[in-house]
Design a protein around this ligand. Structure first.
Ligand SMILES: [Fe+2]
Length: 452
């Protein structure tokens, strides 16, 4: 009898011990979570955060959602790199590898203090497959421009893209103010994350407001650089097998020389891809009169874009909306600033960076400008592979996020927009405000004949 009692007590003790495995009330001492693609987007993801205090940070992850029950996730991984006490942050990087393409993963961070919120991400497809991305640039650190940028961040969460191509100029100043980066990263985590915890990888492009520290995007987003000099931030990534290739270029270092050689080599190596796009900060020929022309940049890149069939480029810096017709370099009659319209083989130039920064007047249109407006906006691009009877296409939606009236009163266009779910990623959400072009068109399709 005594022995039976002992056994019952022992079993009770074991039961209590096991049921103690529960979600800690404390949250991990980590914040500023963001994602970045620094390697193959189909099989890797880099999770980056600021570890305030605490030790033993570990990412728990898997394809099944267990909320904050960290012990149930299939995989765990320690940070792959750290950068301690830099810009008053302890930046930890954890690159997950061998992920399944086109899959949703759930993850959280556990440290000696507690367990973070549960987040999720999606890997890129490794076959030609439909997806969307958001692109834009130019945010500021205070005032109405900061609020406009926050509205655009919120729009990202509503649109649920595969990734975000951010075309430079993250903060006011020269990129060396820690508090402005803290604000940008806190805003990004809190506003550009969906209510169900989805984060979107940032593909970062260097802008002139990062010129005080030309390797800062490598520190903040793990952005790759060429060779051994971390200020040479330009790189490329591919999605969907030989479907989609994107290049992050740098207008703030020499666009010729080593960068031009690299670009030529990269375009040549990916010439067979269905779509090739580039993101960079400064446009060749800005659509606001106050901004100077960038002739040297045109000389270095425009010929290569045409020769290797770059389909679309995305720029920033001027703070407005513009889309050009497809253009090829030319000095012939009818050309303007070295470009002539070529709907078959030209590159379309899309920009010009008013994610948050106060819009400048669109007072410098060219003969080959299709659209322009002075407004806060981001671009939402739907990319589709060829199907029987229809070619591969890209469709550009210019999503207005805020606007000023003559008295400089700001109106936002975000809060009423319906949030997209994984099941309807290609539908246009209710209450979205899109730029409306000639003949009331709400989007621009590429190739151009699809608009007819
Ligand atoms: Fe700029």
């Amino acid at each position: 009898m005594k022995n039976l009692n002992r056994i019952i007590w022992f079993l009770g003790f074991v039961f209590i011990l096991f049921s103690c495995q529960q979600i800690p009330e404390e949250y991990a001492a980590a914040d500023k979570f963001r994602l970045s693609w620094t390697d193959d987007p189909t099989t890797t993801m880099t999770i980056i955060w600021d570890q305030k205090v605490g030790a033993e940070a570990t990412i728990f992850y898997g394809k099944e959602d267990f909320g904050r029950q960290f012990w149930k996730y299939d995989h765990q991984q320690k940070p792959t790199e750290k950068l301690l006490n830099y810009y008053h942050m302890n930046t930890f990087y954890c690159t997950l590898e061998n992920l399944q393409p086109d899959a949703i993963y759930f993850f959280l961070l556990k440290d000696s203090v507690g367990v973070s919120k549960r987040f999720s991400f999606r890997t890129a497809p490794d076959k030609p497959q439909q997806f969307t991305f958001v692109t834009g640039g130019d945010t500021k650190s205070s005032g109405a421009s900061l609020e406009a940028g926050r509205a655009s961040n919120k729009m990202v969460a509503k649109l649920r893209p595969l990734f975000v191509l951010f075309n430079g100029d993250f903060n006011s100043g020269n990129g060396t103010y820690p508090d402005r980066w803290h604000q940008w990263l806190n805003d990004w985590e809190s506003l550009a994350t969906t209510a169900d915890g989805r984060l979107f990888p940032v593909i970062a492009v260097h802008g002139n407001h990062e010129n005080g520290n030309k390797s800062i995007l490598n520190k903040i987003f793990g952005a790759p650089f060429q060779g051994t000099d971390s200020t040479n931030i330009y790189y490329s990534l591919s999605i969907g097998g030989d479907f989609f290739h994107m290049i992050s270029l740098n207008t703030e270092i020499d666009e010729g020389g080593a960068q031009r050689d690299w670009l030529q080599h990269d375009l040549q190596a990916h010439a067979d891809f269905t779509f090739k796009i580039a993101g960079y900060h400064k446009p060749f020929w800005p659509h606001t009169a106050k901004k100077g022309e960038n002739e040297y940049q045109y000389e270095q890149w425009a010929g290569l874009f045409y020769k290797y069939g770059l389909n679309m480029s995305f720029d920033g810096d001027s703070h407005m909306h513009k889309i050009t017709y497809p253009l090829r370099p030319s000095r012939e009659n009818g050309s303007y600033l070295g470009f002539i319209r070529d709907d078959e083989n030209g590159t379309m130039f899309v920009g010009e960076g008013s994610w948050g920064a106060h819009p400048r007047p669109n007072d410098d249109d060219k003969p080959w400008t299709m659209q322009s407006e002075s407004v806060n906006q981001i671009k939402w691009i739907h990319v589709k592979p060829a199907e029987p009877g229809s070619p591969a296409s890209m469709e550009i939606f210019t999503v207005i996020t805020s606007r000023y009236d003559a008295e400089q009163n700001q109106t936002f266009y975000v809060d009423d927009v319906e949030s997209i779910s994984d099941g309807n990623r290609f539908e246009i959400p209710q209450n979205i405000t899109l730029f409306t072009g000639k003949d009331s068109v709400k989007s621009v399709k590429y190739p151009l004949h699809l608009n007819e």
